[in-house]
Design a protein around this ligand. Structure first.
Ligand code: NAD
Length: 255
């Protein structure tokens, strides 16, 4: 489905990003796995079945984004899909959120999406490429999540940016959408379950049961559940979609 397509994935070393990389590769795309953790990016690249590359990329660093995207252009020839997926979280009651916590979430989740989208949009426009971008937002970008106020703010920003960027670039044939996953089984979730159990003074099992009870389809989400929708939004099957933030939440209802 993605033969002769080149995909850049940020945060591709683990969880949802890793699953997206592997599914693109299975569907014949050339995958450029990037992550702030180069070892994890290399591991994902090794698990790809088609031609793939890996790069060390910190999405919060403008120069680094520019350099790596240029390097991909030089080494691979071009790119026409960007999956801006890298993200972080930490959990605290609002009164305990520090400026460092706020900046950490905002910098990776919101500024990281901005910097990567900006570089790719410039490249698509300059090279007349009808590129596709999918940004990873969250259920917490549709409904604010307790203990994650700073994270929620950063993810609402992703949806606003996605909408604005999509409307601005539609005339060039560029499409930009977002996915909003629910409770996905990844290392981020493992960390959050531990924090939440402590903060709410309940067991980790109770936290997980709570996630499942909130999910009409009745199970935790798998990274592949998200990856399948990301591939759809990157494919010709979604040619008349742009500026959307698609829930992949097992039926948890939000706008
Ligand atoms: N897991 C969930 O339940 C869930 C739900 C909704 C949205 N999301 C979003 O999905 C995305 C992927 O999360 P995940 O659950 O796979 O988490 P994860 O922690 O398993 O993977 C995140 C990856 O991003 C990388 N990363 C962190 N900071 C980076 C930076 N500055 N530059 C580049 N890479 C960086 C990490 O090294 C890691 O490999 C995130 O944007 C997250 O907010 C996750």
């Amino acid at each position: 489905m993605f033969k002769n397509k080149v995909v850049i994935i940020t945060g591709g070393g683990s969880g949802i990003g890793k699953s997206i990389a592997k599914l693109f590769s299975k569907n014949n795309a050339i995958v450029c796995v990037t992550d702030i953790d180069i070892k994890k990016a290399e591991e994902t690249s090794n698990e790809c079945q088609n031609k793939s590359f890996f790069y060390n990329l910190d999405v919060t660093n403008k120069n680094n984004v520019k350099t790596i995207f240029n390097q991909i252009h030089k080494e691979v020839g071009f790119y026409d899909i960007l999956i801006s997926n890298a993200g972080v979280s930490n959990m605290k009651y609002i009164e305990d959120i520090t400026e460092d916590d706020w900046n950490f979430n905002m910098n990776v989740n919101a500024k990281g999406v901005f910097l990567c989208n900006q570089e790719a949009i410039k490249y698509f426009k300059n090279n007349k490429i009808k590129g596709r971008i999918v940004n990873t937002a969250s259920l917490a970008s549709k409904i604010g999540a307790p203990l994650l106020a700073h994270y929620s703010a950063s993810k609402f920003a992703v949806v606003g940016f996605t909408q604005a960027a999509a409307r601005e670039t539609a005339k060039y044939g560029i499409r930009i959408n977002a996915v909003c996953p629910g409770f996905v089984k990844t290392s981020m979730q493992e960390r959050e379950v531990k924090w939440e159990a402590k903060l709410r003074n309940i067991s980790e099992k109770q936290v997980i049961d709570d996630y499942i009870n909130q999910t009409p389809l009745g199970r935790l989400e798998e990274p592949e559940d998200v990856a399948k929708v990301v591939l759809f939004l990157s494919s010709d099957e979604s040619n008349f979609m742009t500026g959307q933030a698609i829930n992949v939440t097992g039926g948890i209802y939000t706008t």
